[in-house]
Ligand binder design. Structure first.
Ligand code: IMP
Length: 219
């Protein structure tokens, strides 16, 4: 089976990628010894900047291999697009007394969701529109070859629903199939999610450009 290296230690993301890849006969693997590599500081102002930075830096540790990194997050319209690139650290003011952009550690999903609910407590349902965004960057030997963006439009509920998924999934209601992202099977998440959409664009690019990892003739 063909194989792509993914630069993430997030088990939820790896599961999503594996679900999206399966349908294309591709195996997803983590970068060997990922947890012992120096962490990449995600200080970019956009998903693109962070995804490129991660893919470029991690690809230097596996010469010749194509490495895919994603940066993703939740943009809530009533909060002017926040938490956005700060999605993984949104509860930093509650837990560490720092603003998300100053924080050097991620905050846990429960605290992040609690802050979203608090910030939106007076916002009516029709104004709770939001989207998940995922940008994938593919890099080789420290250089970005391409980036791909996927999105999913939804509504933020006023209480969590569902027990699968990770991050903000239990708060993100997806009207198209009347479920939150935490109520989706792996196949449904791959089909409807921002990560699945970006990943499909990546696979199309692999096929078009005949890049390693996707061409039927490669390993
Ligand atoms: P980063 O891309 O590592 O900076 O982290 C993105 C953060 O956005 C995650 O820690 C989650 O809080 C949130 N996020 C991104 N994608 C998803 C998703 O598919 N479901 C739920 N939360 C997500």
């Amino acid at each position: 089976m063909r194989r792509i290296l993914i630069a993430t230690s997030n088990a939820g993301k790896l599961r999503d990628f594996a679900g999206a890849a399966l349908a294309h006969g591709i195996e997803i693997a983590g970068i060997p010894n990922f947890s012992s590599l120096p962490t990449v500081v995600e200080d970019g102002n956009t998903f693109e900047e962070n995804a490129r930075k991660k893919a470029e830096q991690y690809s230097r540790h596996v010469p010749g291999d194509m490495v895919v990194a994603d940066d993703s997050g939740l943009e809530i319209d009533a909060l002017n697009g926040e938490p956005g690139v700060h999605s993984a650290r949104y509860a930093a003011p509650d837990l560490h007394g720092k603003q998300p952009h100053e924080a050097d550690a991620n905050t846990d999903d429960e605290a992040n969701n609690a802050r979203v609910l608090r910030e939106l407590r007076n916002v009516p349902p029709e104004k709770r529109t939001a989207r998940f965004v995922c940008v994938l960057a593919v890099a080789q030997d420290g250089k970005t070859l391409a980036t791909f963006r996927g999105g999913a439009e939804g509504i933020i509920l006023d209480a969590p629903r569902g027990s699968d998924g990770f991050g903000y999934d239990p708060l993100f209601y997806f009207p198209q199939i009347r479920k939150t992202f935490a109520e989706l099977s792996a196949e449904e998440k791959a089909r409807y999610s921002h990560r699945g959409a970006a990943f499909r664009k990546f696979l199309e690019w692999c096929d078009r450009s005949g890049k390693a990892g996707s061409s039927p003739s490669s390993e």
